[in-house]
Design a protein around this ligand. Structure first.
Ligand SMILES: *Cc1c(COP(=O)(O)O)cnc(C)c1O
Length: 384
């Protein structure tokens, strides 16, 4: 199987697995327990916190471990809103459902939400955010890189615009960014990014699933959204998932720029080759795009069935995002960048990873081409 679905999740690096194993075994104790084994587990959690803090260029007291990207997004958005009874929130139409659905939930209880429309290339401009900031805005949440089309958002500039607005108007607008897809590829220093809250997770970076981090800048106050034993500053109560936290930190330590350069070359080759196919169009700008993302619509080729045929041919990929692929709704991301529902239904996402080789990518390209051809041959309705 040629695995080209790394934006859905990555395999666990063997070194990550190795680092985690002791915490399923001997060091199983609850990190909150006071005897020596508890203290060993506590010390593993706190060392992991320091690794994450170093990676993000912040203090370890600003790191909250969570159960993943979804939970980090929910704590960020709902936890900010809970400081207010009502207010204005700015986000974009092509966020991950973890952000969009948290915002919709707040809309139902009286908050006002502006869903900014991205450009046709797949970008939210800082000036567009700036234009809708108001004195009752409480939160802006814009993702760092889009999970379906890989376009990279100008987070620094958006953050700068919010800071300036806050200064001028004495407002306290909080800036959150979901960086799950960006981790491992882009600048992750939270001070440089001008963010107050940042979401990252383990499952997209060769770490374990079910673990994430929320960076909460010192001085930014969040109200808890779940209640329990007070762990993680009461923002994410519950027994810490020691093995996953240790594995997550190990995965961050293994990040370097080597794979990104290789993946970018393979991505460019793949885009060039697939665009030679009749009726193929790239979704999202070619520039300012994650090094591992290829998202293409093939005219007249329904995405869901292409994924199934490609599976039989030995290529794992997805249509749009993994989250929406169980529903037959067209991708909200492709609709947001202005595509027709027809074209949005005909998209395939191939996302590369560290282990993909150029031989594999050549094979994948030829398999994709032949699957597209055979689907078109079978479909009597396709005429051009
Ligand atoms: C995968 C992903 C999430 C969800 O993360 P989980 O760890 O699966 O909860 C959120 N946002 C983005 C951009 C993602 O890619």
């Amino acid at each position: 199987m040629i695995y080209l679905d790394h934006a859905s999740t990555t395999p666990v690096d063997s070194r990550v697995l190795e680092a985690m194993l002791p915490y399923f075994g001997d060091v199983f104790a609850n990190p909150s327990s006071l005897y020596r084994d508890g203290l060993r587990a506590r010390s593993a959690v706190e060392s992991a916190r320091e690794v994450v803090a170093r990676f993000l260029g912040c203090s370890s007291s600003e790191i909250i471990f969570t159960s993943g990207g979804t939970e980090s997004d929910n704590i960020a958005i709902l936890g900010t809103a809970k400081n207010y009874k009502k207010g204005h929130i700015i986000t974009s139409q092509f966020e991950h459902p973890a952000v969009l659905n948290a915002c919709r939930e707040l809309e139902m209880i009286g908050f006002r939400v502006t869903y900014l429309k991205p450009t046709s290339g797949g970008f939210i401009k800082a000036s567009d955010v700036n234009a809708v900031l108001t004195s009752d805005t409480i939160l802006v949440s814009i993702m760092y890189a889009n999970n379906e089309i890989g376009t990279i958002q100008p987070i620094k500039q958006i953050g700068r615009a919010i800071k300036l607005f806050n200064k001028k108007n004495k407002t306290k607008i909080v800036f959150h960014s979901d960086a799950c897809q960006a981790t491992g590829y882009l600048e992750m220093n939270v001070a440089k990014l001008n963010v107050d809250l940042l979401t990252i997770n383990g499952s997209k970076i060769y770490g374990p699933k079910g673990v994430g981090v929320l960076f909460v800048k010192s001085g930014v106050h969040l109200k808890p959204v779940t209640f329990g034993g007070g762990q993680e500053k009461s923002l994410r109560p519950g027994t810490e998932n020691t093995p996953a936290i240790v594995g997550f930190a190990k995965a961050l330590e293994l990040i370097n720029d080597g794979p990104a350069k290789k993946e970018a070359k393979l991505r460019d080759f793949m885009i060039d080759e697939l665009l030679k196919v009749r009726g193929a169009e790239l979704n999202g700008s070619r520039d300012n795009r994650l090094p591992n993302n290829v998202n293409i619509s093939f005219d007249g080729v329904e995405g869901e069935s292409a994924v199934l045929y490609l599976d039989r041919a030995g290529v794992a990929c997805s249509t749009g995002s993994a989250c929406s692929s169980k529903s037959l709704e067209p991708s909200h991301v492709l609709l947001a960048i202005g595509q027709s529902p027809e074209r949005a239904h005909c998209s395939l996402r191939f996302t590369l990873g560290r282990k993909n080789t150029s031989i594999e990518i050549r094979q994948a390209v030829s398999k994709i081409k032949s699957v597209i051809e055979s689907i078109r041959r079978m479909s009597a309705t396709y005429e051009k």
